[in-house]
Design a protein around this ligand. Structure first.
Ligand code: DX5
Ligand code: ZN
Length: 217
């Protein structure tokens, strides 16, 4: 089980401090939410911000691209230091090519699906990917409520992995708090993104501890 704090809810004027705090408290990845104001109605960071935070942490940068034309930016994010790159299936008609491009850069390849997208649309790339991100809110903002229907998709993906011997991790993102994390874990999730739950707290270290307990039971 892995925890991937989303710096979307961190203090942007003190990113280094936020990253060091969560790293010290034993998280597994740093989740970086890249938004372009087109694919989602919000704007965050580009490759230059990844490059700036790269030397600050040893943790893998778990990069979630919420952008149109993702193929145009895969090389830039890989070169900036991303360890995992996730592309939304809805953002490109050529998701197979996008996954190949990520793998060609020797970066772990992830496909991301929105709450309204069924797993049928990505069925044929499941053997290629290292991680699948099941969005448990509609992407764009932190602090939204968990969408229950996502649990079914997590179960289907966990069953398919067993049945076919695929190797992907299942990541969940949006509305993750201990209670929803436990339910996602029971459904088959392995990687838990949490933004506002961790960075919105007075004592993020306590929240990390509570999340760890929720997914280790
Ligand atoms: C939403 C982002 C998430 C966001 C999650 O579009 O992909 O990573 O930071 O925020 P919380 O954990 O607050 O729901
Ligand atoms: Zn995200």
């Amino acid at each position: 089980m892995k925890i991937s704090p989303s710096i979307l809810s961190a203090d942007f004027a003190n990113l280094q401090q936020g990253i060091e705090l969560v790293e010290k408290n034993g998280v597994d990845y740093i989740h970086v939410d890249v938004m372009d104001g087109h694919f989602v109605p919000n704007i965050t960071f580009g490759p230059n911000v990844l490059q700036a935070i790269r030397p600050v942490t040893k943790l893998p940068l778990d990069t979630h691209l919420m952008i149109e034309n993702p193929e145009d930016y895969i090389d830039a994010f890989a070169e900036a230091g991303a360890d995992i790159i996730g592309v939304h299936a809805e953002a490109t008609p050529h998701i197979h090519r996008a996954i190949q491009m990520i793998k060609n850069k020797n970066v772990q390849a992830e496909v991301v699906i929105n709450p309204g997208t069924s797993i049928n649309s990505i069925y044929h790339i499941l053997s290629m990917i290292d991680q699948i991100l099941v969005m448990t809110v509609n992407p764009g903002f932190g602090g939204q409520s968990f969408i229950e229907e996502s649990l079914d998709k997590i179960r289907q993906l966990a069953d398919l992995r067993d049945e076919k011997g695929y190797h992907y991790d299942i990541e969940v993102d949006g509305g993750i708090v201990p209670e929803t994390a436990t339910r996602c874990k029971e459904a088959g999730a392995d990687v838990f993104v949490a933004g506002s739950y961790i960075f919105g707290a007075e004592q993020p270290e306590k929240r990390i501890q509570l999340l760890k307990e929720a997914i280790s039971e």
